[in-house]
Design a protein around this ligand. Sequence first.
Ligand code: BGC
Length: 413
Amino acid sequence: MKCLAASLVLATSLSSHAGDVEVLHWWTSGGEARSVDSLKQMMNEKGHEWRDFAVPGRAGESAINTLRIRALSGNLPDAAQIKGPDIKDWGNFGFLTNLDRIAQEQGWDSLLPKRISDILKANGHYVAVPFNIHRVNWLWANPDIFKDVGVAVPTTLDEFFIVAEKIKKAGYIPLALGEEPWQEATLFDSIALATLGAADYRRAFVKQDSDTLSSDKMREALVTFRKMKAFTDDDAPGRNWSDTTSLVIEGKAAMQVMGDWAKGEFAAKGKIPGRDFICVPAPGTQHQFAFNIDSFVFFKSSDKRKVDSQEALATLIMTPNFQRIFNKDKGSIPVRLDMNLSDFDSCAQNSFNAFTRAAASDKLVPSFSHDMAVGRASQRAMFDVLSQFFNNNDQSIDETLRQLRAAVMAANL
Ligand code: BGC
């Protein structure tokens, strides 16, 4: 990050066309593209030109790597999708525009839960604008397959294995999973939440508590995780998440454990919840909510017209109209908790109720697999450890626990 900070001066002095805003993000799947298109259009309607710099792949990993390279070469975009603890890092190094004035005008402090507004600040100042609340611990299911096999959608991990066995015998793929480290980690995220519970999940991944990271519960979560591999298909290696969701949509796979950006894929194909697909909390996580907040940051610029465009974008994102349109397409719920969701679908309404209940009962957790608990470097190390373990039966559980603990605790370094 230090070399990145050194290139800030160079970066801010380079400016492209005034009045336009170059945005680096990774929203490229069917549902994602649909949701970000509405933002591009609204910006254009306000007379600002959106220049797209979309880098697909691996839930943002490729995009963030590209961003770091651009920072090192002094060629930052005007806005970028950065989230979680990484916001503070970029902010502390002086890269980011202070958004306090906009936040005050729009009353962010009263619109956002404190757990969320804290993530968006560096040194007590807002430096990121939030889009949404994604729930990570969801199970997406194809109702026709469950009907055909004559089983119910599982609500516990034990039920999952009973049902998955029957689905496999009937010739379907029980669990749609793309073997990419982040997708595997997303699955483990929900298993860890179910097995540890919210308090220990936070103790392990947020407080980096060594005992919890080496506990019997963590061991149990790892065992459950590896057991799931038997219910995935042979084409899983390298398959991206949206192609994986398509397996459920097309009736080839029965279930996928994935955040609700998956709903954006169902919606983009005209599928209706309850009729064409089912959304339920990931097995064993009924009362918990692993959250993932998407946000944009804005890089400092000395070009007045560019700053105007950046401010217009930051302001637009938090307007109720945009929050409604974007989140309906994206699969998430608005981050403004003052909105009426009666025209949202049943999954979004469930998510909203689950969020408010979990917030009231202290069962909200920041999802470690989606950048909310630890920074990218530590998270990357966790992904590697989990992926090694999932894909290699010779990898011992003791060694995995040790490596996982080291990866999480590296977040303190
Ligand atoms: C982001 C989502 C995105 C998903 C898959 C997550 O980390 O928060 O907005 O849809 O990755 O690309």
